[in-house]
Structures are given as C-alpha cells and as structure tokens.
Design a protein around this ligand. Sequence first.
Ligand code: PXP
Length: 245
Amino acid sequence: MPPAITQRLYINIDHVATIRQARRTDEPDPVEAALLCEAAGADGITAHLREDRRHIQDHDVDRLARAVKTVLNLEMACTHEMLAIAERTRPFQVTLVPERREEVTTEGGLDVTRDPALMRECVQRLTAAGIRTSFFIDPDARMVEASKALGAHAIELHTGSYCHAPGNPERLTALQHSAALGTALGLHVHAGHGLTVRNVGPVAAIPEIEELNIGHSIVSRSVFVGIEAAVREMHVAMRAARASL
Ligand code: PXP
C-alpha cells in the first residue's frame, strides 16, 4: 500500500446560512464563518448553492469566491444556471450533486449514467474555466468507473449510508473498495456527508481519501464551543485515525 496522503478538511458552511435564512437577516454571516474556519486550520471551504436558495444565496457565493484564502469548493446541481454561476465566480473546485427540492439534504449520490451528455458538458465547461470537477457518488464500482469515463477529476464518496450504520462492516468496505478503485483509475478521492467526530475515524483512516467535506456536525458543535474549536476537534479526530495507518 502506498504511504497515506495527507488528508484535507473542507468545512461546509451552508448551515450558518440556514440560521441566517430562518430570519432573513444578515447574521450569522457564512463568509465570517468561513474565515474563522480557515483561521482554525480548515484546508478549504465548501458551500452548496441549491436551486431553491434555501441557505446559501448567490451573493454569498460571490463574496466567498473573493474572501476565501484557502480554496472554495462549490457544490451544485449539473444545470445550465449553475454552470453559468460557476463560470462567473470561478471556484477552485465544483462538486456536482443531485438535487431534489423536497429533500431535507442531499440524499444519495449522483447517478452519473443518467444523462452522460450533460455530465460531459459540465466537465468540459468547468475544465475550460479552469475549475476541477468532482462527482458526488455512492460508493459503487459502476459509478466510480462511469465518473472516470465522463472525465471527472475527482469523486466524492457519499458517506451517508455508512453514517447511518457505522457499525455495519459492509458499508465501510464499500467505501474502502470504491476509494481504492478510484485511485487505481487515476481519480482523486474525497468523501463526505453525515460525518461527525464520533464516526469520522474509520473513513479518515481509508488511505486513498484525500479530502473530507463536513458541515452539519461542525456547525452544530459550534453552537456550544465556537466554530474554531469545532474545526480543531474534527482535525484532531482525523489525524488520530490517520496516525494509526
Ligand atoms: N458533501 C456533499 C456533496 C454534500 O452535499 C454535503 C451536504 O451538503 C456534505 C458533504 C456535508 O454533509 P454534512 O453537512 O452532513 O457534513
């Protein structure tokens, strides 16, 4: 096995905006949260501009693109509206996610085989704009292989089903196998969704996983200890798991 790559922590600040949107006011500001996360050691900032604009707004993306000092990972659906926003704001990376208006959060990974022409167009336009493209997929060999065939630079493995049953060895094994396959195919491998300080260890310990995207548990914890401490706690948990490799 090759030596484990250093693992990055990207903080998803959507739910700072969720609190703000509950009152349609100007606080708390997700950009201020992003800067505090970076000060606490976050390696990148993730934000999801949903089609229904339930949390992050267009002006947040514009401000994040200007203010973030690390890198911005913009999560979005593969639509022409979102593509135009990405081309204008030029984040470092776009993670393409499935979106259904009625869902509470992103449920399940992207079926990258459903509209290959659109997926290809997304990758081509983002690449032409100098943006890396990651596909948020379930840990399924067919999706990993299709992502490679469609030209993705990276895949983000959906950790939701592992997080619902962290003691289930098959769910962890699916992540391990997909991560190994992704790396073997030359893809960068990321992971995220539902990760907390308590369940992150086994995922952080998968050697091929280069980047974790974590949001809800960090924002939840920050209510009690502040967002900087919440980021540091997560980093400690990740490093402890990596140290055991
Ligand atoms: N990665 C992707 C692609 C997501 O859609 C989300 C949720 O917006 C996350 C990571 C973060 O998930 P959580 O908020 O559960 O940590």
